[in-house]
Design a protein around this ligand. Structure first.
Ligand SMILES: [Zn+2]
Length: 182
């Protein structure tokens, strides 16, 4: 499924959820937010995220702080632009939140499906799955590269301070791009 959308910002949460058949308890709980970010080549951009309403204000403030710290972000558009294909979004180094999907290689609904998880710069912050796969393919986690999340990065402290869990410091697997708050 490839949705044809104009190459511009989405105007409403309804537009951001096009093509999905999901429980209204979920769609009614989501918000579309717009946040500023700095790109890797130092341009100022506006990005959009679909996130649980309860987290909308906090997530806006968190990304405003990343913007103030000049933490670079490659791109930020909702998953509808990728026809809900997470692998395509990661390959495009896209930062995103809501996606109605299961955890890769499992039957468990991801916290992304509740709008309670965010993936930042997948190319700098790959997901090293238990099955040995790396997403996106060929990505390398190098803490010296800007836009990378690591144990000592200000961005990780910022999210943790607000009660978010970062999956980059798990012992079993590493999902460096992923923050979640339930
Ligand atoms: Zn994630």
């Amino acid at each position: 499924m490839k949705l044809m959308l104009p190459d511009q910002s989405l105007s409403s949460i309804y537009q951001a959820l096009l093509g999905l058949d999901i429980p209204s308890s979920i769609s009614d709980s989501l918000a579309l937010i717009e946040v500023p970010y700095v790109t890797f080549d130092n341009r100022e951009e506006k990005g959009q995220l679909v996130i649980h309403q309860e987290l909308a204000e906090e997530v806006t403030a968190l990304f405003e702080e990343l913007y103030n710290q000049c933490f670079p972000i490659n791109k930020m558009v909702p998953l509808v632009e990728y026809g809900w294909d997470d692998v395509a979004s990661m390959a495009d180094n896209n930062t995103s939140a809501f996606n109605y999907r299961k955890i890769i290689a499992t039957d468990l609904l991801s916290n992304h499906a509740l709008g309670r998880a965010i993936d930042i710069n997948p190319l700098q912050n790959p997901y090293y799955a238990l099955n040995g796969e790396v997403y996106p393919a060929n990505a390398i986690h190098d803490p010296s590269v800007p836009g990378t999340l690591h144990r000592d990065s200000a961005a990780v402290f910022l999210f943790k301070e607000k009660g978010w869990t970062w999956l980059g410091d798990r012992d079993t697997y590493k999902d460096y791009q992923h923050f979640e708050k339930l």
